[in-house]
Design a protein around this ligand. Sequence first.
Ligand SMILES: [Zn+2]
Length: 259
Amino acid sequence: MFSEIFVQGILASLFAGLVTGVGGFMIFLKKKYSEENINFMLNLAAGVMLSASFFALLVPAMQKITEFSPDIHVAGFWYCGAVFVGVLLIWLLNTILPHEHNNMGQHGMHFSLKKAWLFIIAITLHKLPEGLAVGVAYSAEDFMNPDSLVLGIALHNIPEGLTIAISLVAAHYSKLKAALTSLLIGMVQPVGALIGLLTMDFSDKIVPLGMAMAGGTLLFVVINEILPETYGMKKTEKSAFAVFAGFIFMTYLTMVLGE
Ligand SMILES: [Zn+2]
């Protein structure tokens, strides 16, 4: 009933999605997280997502949109428009989402549930075009090499899965709930791949636009929510170190696996 390529694409994206859960369960590697640990990890996560938004989303999207457009100005318009729409959407979501009141009697710095979820929504949204890309890669093999794409996405899902778990633990979720949420969010990728496989006639043009939008979304959350929060701790050098460590690690992964 389904072609071999279809089954391959679904299985590959399912595998990549499940790896997100592996990252999520890595939250159990350490028994207890102090406020400073969480701060460090959030910064690390910010660096990971900064790199992911540039090198896994914004740059490849720019190249693809330029290829598709007859004119560089048209390409620029579509590309910047998509990034802007991404930022606008998450900004709107940020204003619509209720501001919670800290009535649980917690003391000290407390990464709010709203911030955690905004970050997670942005990560979740960017997994859709990533999944789409996998589907498209399988259905039109000249678009991208599906094997290296899947491996790249799968491996970069590890730090992303951990990122999801970290932000939930920072918002006082239990480790198990955090890890399971991250596994669940990983499943957005096979859904994206399914859409990509079913709509391959036009989705190769949608993917780069979705990637550009997702890049803008992630950047907004990192710049507007994560960094101001962690830099509030005043230990800016330590924070910067963590951001750069995450950034360089993810950039290395993206570069090596993109080959
Ligand atoms: Zn990603």
